[in-house]
Design a protein around this ligand. Structure first.
Ligand code: XIL
Length: 379
């Protein structure tokens, strides 16, 4: 009798243990990270520099792998890096970058095929339209073939517009005329028809530029050539652009039947030089104490402002999550941000979600809390 009781007791324990194990296999609790919390809304991405692609710092590497579901190479796929001379390609870092994205099961974005900045001198110096077309076609086709089926989307053309919505007088426009735009999309889709093809630019919430972007994309589509998405870079400030213009842009771009991505999000907390026109990377202004007020860290008041600004912007993104494919931050942490050197060199900016010690900031907590609150309400 005593033995039977003991036997039943052991069976009961076993049933309990197996039951618990199965339950935890069915509904694993995922850690609270940006990537997991936003999983059902859109990809959350970051830009990576060579140091991050190498995964030299294990804390940084951990953050990238846990927090983000998409990556963009900050510089390594730009023509001057990847194709510095007609017969020279540097694929070492682009290859590592793509392998890293695959390791973490990420959506991999290619940046950028046709851009007037960080442009290889051998392309910049071409004066003949046939030669330019051949150069662009072989540049695009070589790179896109190499990563076919692995790079999921491309910024095919970057920053082709002026602020008034007219076409920028880039070397491509001057030498080839407007045709370069449609041809770039055509050549890319010929090689990888499954990749999503984007037009990407800054100040895309400004009404005049918005109209220009809509015209540009429509013109390409009218030729029967596909454009899958519009990228709004999102190099924004604490007070500008207005939430209304951001929302209007998302809605109007999506009305073209394309996806909208926020491709390079960062919010500068520093004063802005008056003549600055957006993210034109050749602009540079004089540094001074007044232009660089937070060298010893960000005051609490600004920390709160930044968190509120990110929350307001993410409310719009979530409201339009059916239109938005991806929101990518232009970097992981403040120490790494290009905004420490642009548009004024040598400043201490605080535009991202992780600080210089790689600690998540209030902005990070607010964005997570916003989504969790919305999830609770909809359950
Ligand atoms: C920036 C990089 O972050 C910097 O490291 C580099 O020195 C200059 O370019 N728009 C773009 C990005 O499309 O490629 C730019 O990136 C920022 C503006």
């Amino acid at each position: 009798m005593k033995i039977k009781k003991q036997f039943l007791f052991i069976i009961a324990i076993l049933v309990l243990v197996i039951g618990c194990k199965q339950a935890s296999e069915v509904t694993p609790t995922k850690p609270v990270t940006l990537r997991n919390v936003y999983e059902d809304a859109f990809y959350i991405g970051t830009a990576l520099n060579t140091f991050q692609i190498d995964e030299t710092d294990s804390i940084m590497a951990g953050i990238v792998g846990r927090e983000f579901s998409s990556i963009t190479a900050e510089n390594e796929m730009k023509s001057i890096q990847i194709h510095p001379a007609r017969d020279t390609f540097n694929f070492e870092y682009p290859d590592k970058f793509v392998a890293l994205g695959e390791k973490y099961n990420m959506f991999i974005h290619g940046h950028t095929l046709v851009w007037h900045s960080q442009l290889s001198p051998w392309i910049r110096n071409i004066k003949d339209s046939t030669e330019m077309a051949e150069a662009l076609e072989s540049h695009i086709k070589t790179i896109v073939s190499r990563y076919k089926g692995r790079v999921n989307s491309w910024d095919v053309v970057n920053e082709a517009l002026n602020e008034d919505g007219s076409l920028r007088k880039s070397v491509f426009l001057e030498v080839m005329g407007e045709d370069y735009l449609a041809l770039a999309f055509k050549w890319t889709s010929e090689i990888d028809p499954k990749a999503d093809l984007y037009y990407n630019d800054y100040n895309m919430a400004n009404p005049e530029k918005r109209q220009g972007a809509i015209r540009l994309v429509k013109n390409i589509m009218d030729k029967g050539i596909k454009v899958d998405g519009i990228g709004m870079q999102g190099h924004w400030h604490l007070n500008t652009p207005s939430l209304e213009e951001i929302e209007k842009s998302i809605v109007e771009y999506a009305a073209l039947g394309v996806k909208v991505a926020i491709t390079e999000l960062d919010i500068s907390v520093l004063p802005n030089p008056e003549d600055l026109v957006g993210a034109e990377i050749t602009q540079n202004f004089q540094n001074s104490e007044a232009m660089n007020p937070y060298t010893k860290g960000m005051p609490d008041s600004i920390q709160v402002k930044l968190a509120n600004r990110y929350t307001d912007i993410f409310k719009i993104f979530l409201k339009h999550k059916d239109k938005i494919s991806r929101v990518t931050f232009w970097g992981v942490n403040d120490g790494q941000s290009w905004l420490n050197g642009f548009p004024v060199r040598g400043r201490t900016n605080h535009p991202l979600l992780f600080d210089r010690e790689l600690k998540p900031k209030s902005a990070y907590d607010s964005i997570i809390a916003l989504k969790q609150k919305q999830d609770k309400q909809s359950n």
